[in-house]
Design a protein around this ligand. Sequence first.
Ligand code: ARG
Length: 459
Amino acid sequence: STAKLWGGRFSAQADSWVDEFGASISFDQLMADEDIEGSLAHVKMLQKTGILSPEDVQQIVAGLESIQADLHQNKLHFTVENEDIHMNIESILTDRIGPVAGKLHTGRSRNDQVATDFHLYVKKRLPQIIEEIKTIQKTLVNLAADNVETIMPGYTHLQHAQPISYGHYLMAYYSMLKRDVERFEFNQKHTDISPLGAAALAGTTFPIDRQFTADELGFSEVYNNSLDAVSDRDFALEFLSNSSILMMHLSRFCEELSMWVSYEFNYLELSDKYTTGSSIMPQKKNPDMAELIRGKSGRVFGHLLGLLSTMKSLPLAYNKDLQEDKEGVFDTVKTILPALRVFNGMLSTVKVKKENMYKATTHDFSNATELADYLATKGIPFRQAHGIVGELVLKGLQTGKNLQDISMEEFKQISPLIEEDVYDVLKPEVAVERRNSFGGTGFQQVLAQIDRARTELAE
Ligand code: ARG
C-alpha cells in the first residue's frame, strides 16, 4: 500500500508532477467552507441514524469546527499530495483528532461530497448576483425618470431611424436585466437540490437519512436518482448560460457607452472615477471600464462552451472529467460580481448631454416616417406617401435641405391637403411624444414603463 488516503490497493506511487496534474486543491479550496458544512451535516446525520456513536460524532464535530475557525483566519495549509479539498480537510481532521476521523466518510463518497459542495457554492452566490442586477435596474429606472423627455436618435443598422426618448432606451436595458433576474431565480430551482447520500453512484447500504442532511444544509429537495445526483452539472451550465446572457447584455450597453462618449457622438460623459488617461496622450479620457466589461463577456462565454464540451458524451456516472466543472464557474463569479458593481457605478455617475442628443435629431431625416404617416392620414395610401417622402429626402440630400425646411408652397405642390401643422409633426419631440402605442417611446408610455418597473422592484 501507499501513503495515499486510498492507497490500500496501490504498490507504486505517482510522481509528484503526475499528482500535480490530477490535483484540484489549487482551485477547489474556494469550496472549503461548503465542504466543512457538508461534512458537519453528514456526520450529524450519522449520529441521528445511529450509524455512529454520539461520542465519535462529538469528536468529529469539534474537529471540523476547529478547522472551520482556522479556515476563517486563513490558518489552514493545504497540500497537493492530498489532491483536493475533501481529502485535505479529512487529513487535517485526522491530524487533529486521530483515527476516529476516518469514520466521517461512512456512507459517503467524494462523488456526492463534491457535488454537494458545488451546489452549495452556486446556491450561495445566486442571491448576491440577483441583488447586484437589481441595483443596476434601480439606477436605470432613476436615470430613465430623469430622461423621459430627452430626445435622441433611435438607430437601426446604426443609421438614424426615428427619434426616441433616452428614457425609453434605458428602459429597454431594464427589461433585459429583468429577464436575467428571472433566469438566475430559476437557476435556484435546479441548484437547490441535495446530492448528498448518493454516495459513489448507487446509494449505500447504511440506513442514512438524506432528507435530514438536505434540511441541515438548507436544500429544498433531494435528488431522486443517485446516478443523476453525482453526475448532473445542469445547474452549473445554467449558471454559465445565464451569466453569458447577462454579460452579453452588459457588453451591448458598454459598446454603446464607448461610442457615445466619443468625439463623434458626444452624447454622454463618464465620470473621472470610471475612466482612465493615457501615458502618452495628455488629452485622453478612455472608457476603460466599459471596454473591460465588454471584453470580459468573452471569458464568460468561453466558460460556458468549456463546460458544455466537457459534459458532452460523458458516460454515467462520475468521471474525473467533472473536476473541470469548477474553475470556469469560480472565474465567472469572480468576473460578473465586480463587473455588475463597476457597471452600476459607471451608470449612476454618467452625465447625459441632452442638447447634443437632441441636436443629432434636428439635422437628419429621422422625421421622414412622420411625414409619410402625415400624408397617409390625409388619405394618400402609405406606400405612395413613402415614395413621395423618399424623393423629398433624395432632393433634400442634394440641396442640403431637411424636411422641415421645405416651404408651404412646395408642400402644397405635393398635396393641397398638407397644412401648417405639418411643421409641428416634423419636430423630433413631437414625433416621440406621439408614439403612444403600448410599449412605444411616447412620453406617456415611457412613464408607464417606469411605473411598472418601480412596482416590480418594490415586490
Ligand atoms: N476533486 C474531485 C472533483 O473535483 C472530487 C471527486 C473525486 N472523486 C473521484 N472518484 N476521483 O471532481
